[in-house]
Design a binder for this molecule. Structure first.
Ligand code: SF4
Length: 313
């Protein structure tokens, strides 16, 4: 079959597609489209399909370069639920976050894709990963463990140069390990196995530590028992009073922060990225811009600031 096809993904809350595509790991496989929206290539039935998503009345409109029976189900899976739908408990700060970011869609990615993108994003910005991923996917003819493991290491190094050429070895090695196990077994282990076992397994792969493993579990398995902790979450959650710590991101303090956050609501792990959205705008690593922040009223840190401290910013 050939010719474009179009269908809608309805959402109860008007989607905020730009915020959705800002920082989530699965979003980094999508590029801003030349005519608006975001696009990527999916490989179904051995053929590349160019898919574009745009906001429309009532949800997202998907346009694809050719129809495929699996496409509507796959896109629904990739854009399953919004921040507005999550159980984030009763703390008023979460209510403020949910009100601001309710239209953000919590994205999903297949586990191996999420793993590769997360490794690429280690110590690199989302923009860099976004620039690298399409070429890598194309080189592989559709990213699979086998196709990535088979890539010439020099070619791979050149393809991911801006994301860190030294990652070529760890990507090649982890792809080979997953290929030996088989993608079905890998997917089963990550998406349907006990989260603690999946976390421990991912931790054994080259270049994978807790943050990367937790990213894969949150975005591919919708795990509710752990979450990635980066410097933004660590800083913003403490300032907001949602998870207190002594200022040093050690493994034990990280685990304590996760434990505190998980007490707030069942889906807090899925919403972890809202801290990054706040941390990249008003709640930056330097003096926070509290007077411009929508969280100003309920924020523990802001309520403790004296007026003359705010004037120094
Ligand atoms: S009010 Fe200030 S400290 Fe609190 S989250 Fe906003 S910027 Fe950060």
């Amino acid at each position: 079959m050939s010719g474009t096809t179009e269908f809608d993904l309805p959402f109860a809350t008007p989607p905020d597609l730009d915020a959705t595509m800002d920082i989530q790991i699965p979003a980094l496989a999508w590029q801003p489209g030349p005519a608006g929206g975001y696009r990527r290539v999916l490989h179904l039935g051995g053929h590349p399909i160019v898919v574009t998503v745009r906001q429309c009345d009532g949800g997202l409109r998907v346009t694809a370069s050719r129809p495929h029976a699996e496409l509507p189900g796959l896109l629904r899976r990739m854009f399953p639920i919004q921040v507005a739908d999550l159980d984030l408990g009763t703390n008023p700060v979460w209510a403020q976050l949910q009100a601001r970011y309710g239209g953000v869609i919590v994205m999903w990615a297949p586990p191996f894709e999420a793993l590769v993108i997360t490794v690429l994003s280690q110590n690199r910005t989302g923009e860099i990963v976004r620039g690298v991923y399409p070429a890598l996917d194309q080189l592989c003819g559709g990213l699979t463990p086998e196709s990535l493991a088979a890539l010439d290491r020099t070619v791979l190094r050149a393809a991911i140069r801006s994301a860190g050429p030294w990652k070529a070895d760890r990507l090649g090695q982890l792809a080979a390990l997953v290929a030996v196990e088989g993608l079905d077994r890998f997917d089963q282990r990550i998406m349907h196995g006990p989260p603690a076992d999946a976390l421990a397994y991912l931790d054994t792969l080259p270049g994978v530590a807790h943050k990367t493993a937790a990213c894969v579990l949150v975005f591919s398995a919708r795990t509710t028992t752990t979450m990635p902790v980066d410097v933004h979450l660590f800083r913003v959650a403490d300032r907001l009073g949602l998870a207190r710590h002594d200022g040093k991101l050690t493994p034990s303090v990280r685990d304590a922060v996760i434990a505190q956050l998980l007490t707030h609501g069942t889906d807090v792990a899925l919403a972890h990225f809202v801290f990054l959205l706040v941390g990249r705008t008003t709640c930056t690593a330097g003096p926070p811009a509290c007077t411009a922040c929508f969280l100003h009223r309920g924020c523990r840190h802001a309520s403790g600031l004296r007026p003359n401290e705010e004037n120094k910013r």
